[in-house]
Each structure stands twice: as C-alpha cells, then as structure tokens.
Ligand binder design. Sequence first.
Ligand code: FAD
Length: 390
Amino acid sequence: STMERSASRQAKKKVVAVVGGGLVGALNACFFANRGFDVELYESREDIRRAKVVKGRSINLALSHRGRQALKHVGLEEKIVSQGIQMQARMIHSLNGKQSPIPYGKKGQYILSVDRANLNKELLTAAESYPNTKMNFDHKLQDWNAETGLMTFVRSDGSKEQAKADLIVGCDGAFSAIRKQFLRRSRFDYSQTYIPHGYMELTMPPINGEFAMKPNYLHIWPRNTFMMIALPNLDKTFTCTLFMPFEEFEKITTGDEVIEFFQKYFPDTIPLIGVNTLQRDYFRLPAQAMVSVKCNPYHIGDVCVLMGDAAHAVVPFYGQGMNAGFEDCIVFDEIMDQFNEDFSAVLPEYTRVRVPDDHAIADLAMYNYIEMRAHVNSKWFIFRKRVDNI
Ligand code: FAD
C-alpha cells in the first residue's frame, strides 16, 4: 500500500550515488528514487537543460522495445514515445537512387527516432521530480576509494568535494572514471577495441517546410565499406550519419572532393542536403571514433556497480547501446526485488545474469561490423547483413 511504501521510504536511509547523468544515469536515478533510496546524482557537465549547446555523441538514436520497457517501468514511456518519430521500416537507397523498404517486423511494429538531448533532459527532469533525489551538476568524479567508498569530485572552479554513499552506481559512459578502480583489481577482465571506422553527422534540411525524404523510415545507403544512415527529427530535418574508415575521411580535404565523393556513392542525397551545406558541414567536426568495451565483473563487493556504456560500450551497428543500458536498469531492479535490496546478494547476481547478455550484444554489434567489411564483393550479402539489425 501507499502507506507501507512511504513508511519504508522513511525507514530507508541508504544513499545511492549515481555517477553520470547521461541517458542511463538519469533513468537509473528514477529507478532508485522510486524504491525510496536517497539518490545523489553526480554529473560532470553543467545542467544540459540550461546549456545553449549540448555536446553529445549522436543527435538522435533509435529507441526499441528493450528501452521502452525500462521507461515504462518508471512511467516515462508514453511521454518519450510521443516525442519520437516512428520508423516502420528501413529504406534502402541503392546507387541508382532506387528506394526499397524492408519492414522491421510485422505490420504495425516500429522503432522510434528520438532526440538524444531532449531525451536526456526529460530523464533529468523526471529524476529531479523525486523529493528524495538530489542533482549535483558540475561534479566530475576524479577518483574513488573502493575500500572506504569515498568519492572525490572536481568542480569547474577547480575546487574539490568529497562524498560517500552506500552504493555507487557507475553510469559515467564508455570512458568511465568509476571503472578505473576495477582495473586495479585482481581477476577483472577488461578489453577495449577501437574500430577503423569513424562517423560523421550531416544535416538534411526540410524542403519547402517538409521532410526531404519519407519520414517514417530509417534510411540506409549500404556501400560495402561505407555506409550512411539517416534518422528523422521532429524539426523535419534528417540527421545523416556517414560511417567510413578514418583513412577515407582523411582523403577528402576540399569541398570539391566532398561533392565528388557523394556523387560517386550517395548521389541522391546531394540535392537533398544541398551542395553548400554538404561542403560546410563535412569540415565542421572531425570524424568521431567508435569504441567497444567489455568487462567482467560489473560490481565490486556490495559497494559499486557499473551500468550502461561504463559496463559495455558497443559499436553502433545494432542500434542497441542505449537500449541495452536501459535494460540494465530494469534487470537490476528485478534482482533488487528478488534479493530484498540486499546489495551483497544483488550485485553478484546482477553480474552473473547481465554480463553474458551484454557481451552477446557487444559481439553481435561487432560481428555485424566485421561481416560487412569481410564480404566486400558480395553486395547482396552485405546488404542483407547490414540491414538485418538497425
Ligand atoms: P553516456 O551517454 O556516455 O553518458 C555518460 C554521462 O556521464 C555523461 O553525461 C557524462 O558527462 C558523464 N560523465 C562522464 N565522466 C564523468 C565523471 N568522471 N564524473 C561525472 N560524470 C561523468 N544506442 C541505441 O540504443 N540506439 C541507437 O540508435 C544508438 N545510436 C548510436 C549512434 C552513435 C553514433 C553512437 C556513438 C552511439 C549510439 N548508441 C545508440 C549508443 C548510445 O549512445 C549509448 O549506449 C548511450 O549513450 C549510453 O548511455 P550512458 O548513459 O551509459 O553513457
């Protein structure tokens, strides 16, 4: 009952520190707050809801069933889904401009294109709405002590702050500072692999106030070693993401070469993106790297646990990184029920059930990326392999 719930909340004084207020950290704060813990969220950036420019890793992303289940659990599914754009199928663009749809599943099934910054803001607002959650922005975790649980944060003015918690939840992304303490411990497995491909985002503006292409699709231009995808945004733009080996990015050094390259591989997109926009945006930011990180275990004793990219960064060829991170939250939550919130039992069980699944997702994402490159001469085969996933 509500009475019992609030009574147990009052009795519970345990503090959970969620380090990282990205997608997974902000959602996780909701899960722990929902259980009545005192939640302290620490995020290195300023509050992105107040920032003018939000730096992120991709402008939009594909939200699928796994992710939605976790949002539903804390009452956020409807809100987030209402701000997404349905993608009912992939739309494959062949070199001659022909477009062929390949559905994601049965009629009526779809994945959603969501704006990363907006999603993160909504999740932060949801976390903040719990009276038992405190948001600490501009708190960059510098180090923590696995014996005492003492965390040290640096502020932008250079000052330091220390804090303790009963449980530290590392949601601080692929380059996790929390994970550093794990690396120093015996029997901790860790691997990190950069792939030779980079990615670059280009904006396709609306044409006469409308989407330049059909909006309810995830557009894909499979080109053997290269690939471009495009996801729709609410402002009727598309964000196109070009994936290609760094050395190929580096070969293109002038505006004319950009157009030549697009003319050769993605000719149908030139009039849609526009020659000037294309030439300008290509040189705006360098191509970004992609890393795959695997580790095991995900916990230290009963004091610390890793979730999201901090535990498993995957290459994006499956569109499942965030979704898997969201699923981490719900899996952990279920184990909390099973073991009565006893961290000394919950944390090892979480590692036991979660590591194999997260490693499988990392392998599938990497397998798909390698598969694409290994069969460069069989267009149809690559085409199938590419599109089966995102
Ligand atoms: P992050 O989003 O990286 O958040 C980590 C947070 O921790 C950040 O806010 C950061 O500022 C903070 N932080 C870092 N260090 C510290 C510190 N020392 N102290 C305090 N705070 C700190 N996934 C999908 O499911 N679908 C997709 O379609 C998809 N597309 C992608 C496309 C690209 C190009 C890329 C690169 C990734 C894509 N992903 C996708 C993966 C997805 O972006 C990640 O899985 C997701 O962002 C992980 O969330 P996170 O909260 O674990 O980490």
